[in-house]
Design a protein around this ligand. Structure first.
Ligand SMILES: Nc1ncnc2c1ncn2[C@@H]1O[C@H](COP(=O)(O)OP(=O)(O)O)[C@@H](O)[C@H]1O
Ligand code: SF4
Ligand SMILES: [Mg+2]
Length: 320
């Protein structure tokens, strides 16, 4: 299996008036080509920053302190803005955000925006571009494509806008999609529909997806592997089966146990005491130690190294 993305020991901070935010601290993340890889953790743990690093859209106050972000073997941390525009963004890697409305232009019809997206990629006759646009909208299971094309974004529901966004993204034929909490703003039935579209893409294309969410239940539907993030570090990576049946890190265990109960949204859980620490002066040693029931003395002194405890099963805990 080829790795399309390899993040190695990435340390990234933000300079702010209150101090340095140590947002990512030694992140390791490998994504296999053609796989769906979930990235899960509570709000503020660094999921979006990880995705934004890959497409080169970090805020100006971001500082990369060390590490590598290899995309097909090339280190994106060495890319200029121009290289990101020409070689990566939209072309090789597309990112879909939580609010689809913000990415569609309200003054142009769906047809105009879709044609523009397709035109950027291929220089073909108008007629064949229209055919491509219709195929793309069919692919994301949008009904009544003819009338949809004449509509404007405000005439579409959130779920439809989300699927138009995916169709546009597919029009540029990227190798990888980073979906950052794409269903959080959608209601449950629309969410299920969106996941079905992704499942269909998984079965019919070689698209790689990094699926960012704080909802573990969503990942069971679509992901091959899952990485669990806590306070700027990946604490466990495993197949979706191992995450559920054989979770090793105390934080992952809490997450899994908590979704087996009533609610599956991490942010609403009270079962995990405490909250994600602020990343200005984060806890020393294992960043989870103030909330961990298994913590021993050295947990507050030693940063847990990543260990392989089984086939493709990595964990960063001093007691494993
Ligand atoms: N431009 C910025 N300046 C300072 N801190 C930031 C900036 N962007 C993000 N952060 C901080 O980095 C941490 C990780 O953020 P983020 O990746 O958005 O978390 P998540 O997506 O997991 O909710 C948070 O503590 C957030 O406040
Ligand atoms: S290293 Fe210590 S504090 Fe961290 S998860 Fe393991 S046992 Fe808990
Ligand atoms: Mg986020």
């Amino acid at each position: 299996m080829a790795k399309i993305l390899e993040i190695r020991d990435l340390k990234l901070s933000f300079e702010t008036e209150e101090g340095t935010v140590e947002a990512l601290d030694g992140v390791y993340l490998d994504v296999e080509e053609g796989h769906f890889h979930g990235l899960i953790g509570e709000t503020g743990c660094g999921k979006s920053i990880t995705g934004l690093t890959v497409i080169g859209l970090l805020d100006n106050n971001a500082r990369i302190e060390r590490g590598e972000v290899l995309f097909r073997g090339k280190d994106l941390l060495k890319f200029t803005e121009r290289q990101f525009q020409r070689e990566i963004r939209g072309k090789e890697v597309a990112m879909v955000f939580q609010d689809p409305a913000s990415s569609l232009d309200p003054v142009f019809s769906i047809k105009d925006q879709m044609l523009e997206a397709v035109r950027l990629n291929k220089k073909e006759e108008k007629q064949s571009n229209e055919r491509i646009v219709k195929e793309l909208l069919n692919k994301v299971k949008l009904p009544d494509v003819e009338s949809l094309l004449e509509k404007y974004p405000h005439q579409l529901s959130g779920g439809m806008k989300q699927r138009v966004m995916i169709a546009m993204m597919l029009g540029r034929n990227p190798s990888m999609l980073i979906a950052d909490e794409p269903t959080t703003a959608l209601d449950v039935s629309i969410q299920a529909q969106f996941l079905r579209v992704l499942m269909d893409l998984k079965n019919t294309t070689n698209l790689t997806v990094l699926y960012i969410t704080h909802n573990l239940a969503v990942l069971t539907e679509i992901c091959d592997e899952v990485s669990v993030m806590y306070a700027g570090r990946i604490v466990e990576t495993a197949s979706i089966g191992d995450v559920f049946n054989n979770p090793s890190h105390p934080y992952t265990r809490k997450l899994v146990n908590s979704i087996l109960r009533a609610d599956s949204t991490l942010d609403s859980l009270e079962e995990i005491p405490g909250s994600v620490p602020r990343l200005i002066n984060p806890p020393p040693g294992c960043r989870f130690h103030p909330r961990c029931e298994e913590a021993v003395d050295e947990c507050s002194r030693v940063i847990p190294p990543v260990k392989e405890i089984g086939t493709n099963h990595l964990v960063a805990c001093l007691r494993r």
